[in-house]
Design a protein around this ligand. Structure first.
Ligand SMILES: Cc1cc2nc3c(=O)[nH]c(=O)nc-3n(C[C@H](O)[C@H](O)[C@H](O)COP(=O)(O)OP(=O)(O)OC[C@H]3O[C@@H](n4cnc5c(N)ncnc54)[C@H](O)[C@@H]3O)c2cc1C
Length: 469
């Protein structure tokens, strides 16, 4: 079967890969001139890479790891020490570590918490552990049911100390969802904790050895194009045209650069676009169907990725860092963490600014200035009056609508990959799967969409060729 897929983010590409494995022909259309969607990256005039987002991979990403194994590129993940590292704003220039020993889960994570005395007192640790018990014992079903509470509400109900929330969960929530604990559904951090508690290497972090566009997305494209699939960049889906029975007749693709609009006809159609774009493109007659009407409850969250190149090394830490700052979420010195960005003399900090709703409209200069002020608080030793570190250049990438906003109650709005329309499917990290709005969630959603297509009864009498109009 020919399957038309709109969107070349990880969900659309994974869907295409697994359809090719099943003997189908995926045809991917992407609106931009770059692969990867939220993992897309570009090179500047000097050849330095900058990215839509700082991306960390976790041991608890079975579908991503399997995909990379199947493509023969698993050695592109650079695994870091098994530890989580937090800045200590109250002791500028210092870090607090949760070192996870190499013993079976969940004892490895528990040991790392017990051993850390910088951030939590014994009483706080005990109350935290008791509060978490139902999530660990009663498992994912309990975790899903907690979607009705914000994380802050849930922590209060469990009697967990406010300091645990402010010290650990603000950092974790901002890293996972780009919003704060009073806005985020309790299901999200509890799901992550559950995975980390159940898998020995679940919380172990890796960085890709180069740009996700080149080192991850391109190999997926090579895989399915070698098997007859196609990718068209600069080919935005403009309209979903329907048959009289409400099924998809074809995708109308906007012709760019002097090319006329064209029709992409296939046996099956997949939207792997973000939910915000899909909502705009939904045909009128589908909007009344409850399945699609529920998408109105989902919306992408703003986030900003800041890149700062300095004239010297600011840190030799080769890991993801949790800033615990109000402005910033996680960051990393990519000159240490990523082989293709390596530099022994100069730091390139990649920092996620979140929550970003008050910053997304501001100028790049304001964003860089605010980030620098924050760094001066975190690393005063590098910005003394005599010999301060010099910023050589910066790059800001704003994403006004990124992954879906994971506020309480949103689980009920997340759609399955199969839809009520027999020849139309959904992929995307916002669709229903257990790994939230992440790279792992995107890959799993693409795989689930491909499985749903494979399992569906054949759709009869649909046109087979892409027709230029
Ligand atoms: C700053 C930042 C940091 C992140 N950090 C992490 C992390 O550390 N770990 C992690 O696991 N995840 C992280 N994520 C989340 C992760 O990047 C996403 O969950 C994942 O990449 C989403 O993939 P997707 O395919 O579902 O959607 P998208 O990547 O949004 O893909 C949708 C695609 O559809 C295309 N499209 C849109 N409109 C059209 C149209 N009309 N026609 C055709 N194509 C169209 C888009 O251009 C895009 O390529 C981060 C995200 C950001 C923004």
């Amino acid at each position: 079967m020919r399957v038309a897929i709109a969107g070349a983010g990880l969900a659309g590409l994974a869907c295409a890969k697994y359809l090719a494995d099943a003997g189908h022909i995926p045809i991917v259309v992407e609106s931009r001139d770059v692969l990867g969607g939220l993992v897309a990256a570009w090179q500047d005039e000097q050849g330095d890479w900058y990215e839509t987002g700082l991306h960390a991979f976790f041991g608890a990403y079975p579908n991503m790891l399997q995909l990379m194994r199947e493509l023969g590129i698993e050695d592109r993940l650079q695994w870091k020490q098994h530890t989580l590292i937090f800045n200590q704003p109250e002791k500028p220039g210092t870090y607090s570590r949760f070192d996870v020993p190499n013993i079976p889960a969940p004892f490895n994570v528990i040991t790392s918490i017990i051993r850390n005395n910088d951030m939590l007192t014994w009483e706080q640790k005990l109350r935290f552990a008791v509060g978490l018990l139902p999530a660990v014992v009663r498992g994912q079903k309990y975790v899903e049911a907690m979607d009705r509470y914000s994380l802050l509400e849930w922590l209060q109900r469990q009697g967990v100390d406010e300091r645990v929330s402010s010290d650990i969960f603000i950092a974790a929530c901002k890293a996972l969802t780009f919003i704060n604990p009073d806005e985020v559904s309790a299901t999200i951090p509890l799901t992550a904790i559950n995975r980390f508690m159940q898998e020995r290497y679940g919380s172990k972090i890796a960085f890709l050895d180069g740009s996700p566009t080149e080192r991850l997305c391109q190999p997926i494209v090579d895989y399915f194009t070698e098997r007859g699939g196609e990718v068209h960049l600069n080919a935005p889906l403009k309209k979903i045209r329907l048959n009289p029975d409400g099924t998809v007749k074809h995708f109308l693709i906007r012709g760019l650069n002097g090319v006329a609009d064209w029709e992409l006809a296939a046996d099956i159609y997949v939207s792997a676009m973000s939910v915000d774009v899909l909502k705009v493109l939904l045909p009128q007659s589908w909007r009344e169907i409850d399945f699609f009407a529920k998408l109105e409850g989902l919306e992408g969250v703003p986030v900003i990725n800041v890149h700062l190149w300095f004239d010297r090394k600011l840190t030799d830490i080769d890991h993801l860092l949790f800033s615990r700052s109000e402005l910033l979420s996680v960051y990393a010195d990519m000159s240490n963490t990523c082989r293709a960005y390596a530099n022994d003399e100069r730091s390139m900090l990649e920092l996620v600014l979140a929550p970003a709703k008050d910053w997304i409209e501001r100028s790049e200069a304001e964003i860089v200035e605010a980030t620098m002020q924050e760094l001066k608080r975190l690393f005063p030793q590098h910005f003394d009056a005599d010999h301060p570190a010099q910023l050589l250049k910066s790059k800001v990438v704003k994403t006004p609508r990124s992954v879906y906003t994971a506020s309480p109650g949103r689980q009920a709005n997340r759609p399955t990959q199969a839809t009520p329309i027999e020849n139309f499917y959904l992929a995307g990290s916002y669709t229903l799967q257990r790994y939230l709005g992440s790279m792992e969630g995107a890959v799993l959603s693409g795989k689930l969409a491909a499985e749903a297509i494979q399992q569906a009864p054949p759709v009869a009498n649909k046109p087979l060729a892409a027709i230029a109009s």
